[in-house]
Write a protein that binds this ligand. Structure first.
Ligand code: PMP
Length: 328
């Protein structure tokens, strides 16, 4: 078979049964292995969806530039796919993400601007800086993953149908954290279109306002989190269309316990949002103990992207996050 475009390898990721958590709960807990995408994260799907949208509308031509504000993974996805299509990529990112992601972005030839993390209302937030950079760059498009519907719609067209088919139409519960809301929007819309009774949980770290928004329509957050790429304090266009039944708050301690548990017990070295998602899946599974319910979540990226934080004892000690064993 003669084929060979990197862009064609996005998606169709395996759905992996998480043995240790399934055993602990008497449910079937599965993770969609998005870390196996060519750029190494779930954001490759958003990147491909948005690039195709710009191409279809004639807004992006070979030699053109894609600009984006991103915690890292969307930039890595865009740069991974841009190379073979002949686009340049300029990224504005907050300066508190892992060095591993910056190294990847630079290796892929991105022009990378790091800015201090500030609240969204501040004009220096990476989102606003990326918008201004796109306006100032001739022949550039601003990907705008938070508001761009091609992000969530690509998950409706691919991630949702894959989960439905791979679970043999048996998925009962889907849980996912929220960055732009693209994944939870597309997947929840698709799954509910197949079976209205499928329950959807939005998983929220400390320092994010999604849970309070779902409970009482206002973005209020307490505490903070070392997770990356998730947690927001505003209603994005992509999250607006998500079909969510319940919020579920998960503190960092549970995330770090899960992160180390999965590495040792399941051979899965995962990033912080994937660990948070599976910590949520464990809580949901224990609520439905021995029901055999099929619970699906997203393994957003790989732990090697976070070695300097999640698997660095000095960093963890400094954050007062010492991994504890999960009771079995
Ligand atoms: N996990 C990671 C590691 C991410 O980078 C992102 C995206 N920022 C998400 C989860 C959330 O995905 P989405 O933007 O589709 O809500």
């Amino acid at each position: 078979m003669l084929s060979g475009y990197l862009g064609d390898t996005v998606g169709s990721t395996p759905l992996i049964k998480i043995k240790s958590l399934s055993k602990l709960t008497g449910c079937e807990i599965y993770g969609k292995a998005e870390f196996l995408n060519p750029g190494g994260s779930v954001k490759d799907r958003a990147a491909l969806g948005m690039i195709r949208g710009f191409e279809k509308r004639g807004e992006l031509k070979p030699g053109g530039t894609i600009v984006e504000g991103t915690a890292g993974n969307t930039g890595i996805g865009l740069a991974t796919l841009a190379a073979e299509r002949g686009y340049r990529v300029k990224i504005v990112a907050p300066n508190n993400q892992t060095e591993e992601k910056y190294t990847l972005l630079r290796a892929l030839g991105c022009e990378l601007t790091l800015v201090p993390p500030v609240p969204f209302r501040d004009e220096n937030h990476f989102y606003h800086q990326a918008k201004r950079l796109a306006e100032a760059t001739p022949g550039a498009v601003w990907a705008n993953q938070f508001e761009n519907p091609d992000n969530g719609n690509f998950h409706f067209e691919t991630t949702g149908p894959e989960i439905w088919a791979q679970s043999q139409e048996k998925v009962d519960i889907f849980c996912m954290s929220v960055g732009t809301g693209g994944t939870i929007s597309g997947v929840s819309r698709y799954l509910k279109s197949k079976n209205e009774n499928i329950e959807v949980y939005a998983v929220d770290p400390d320092g994010s306002g999604i849970a309070s928004y779902l409970e009482r329509s206002e973005f209020v957050a307490t505490g903070s989190s070392i997770t990356e790429g998730i947690g927001i304090m505003r209603l994005t266009e992509n999250f607006k269309s998500a079909r969510v039944d319940f919020p579920l708050r998960v503190p960092d301690q549970d995330m770090i316990d899960m992160c180390h548990h999965l590495a040792r017990n399941d051979g899965l070295v995962l990033g912080s949002s994937a660990a948070l998602n599976l910590a949520a899946a464990l809580k949901i599974g224990l609520k439905h103990k021995n029901s055999n319910k099929v619970i699906v979540t997203i393994l957003c990226d790989h732990g090697s992207r976070y070695f300097t934080k999640l698997f660095n004892q000095d960093f963890l000690k400094d954050k007062n996050l010492i991994p504890r064993a999960i009771p079995g």
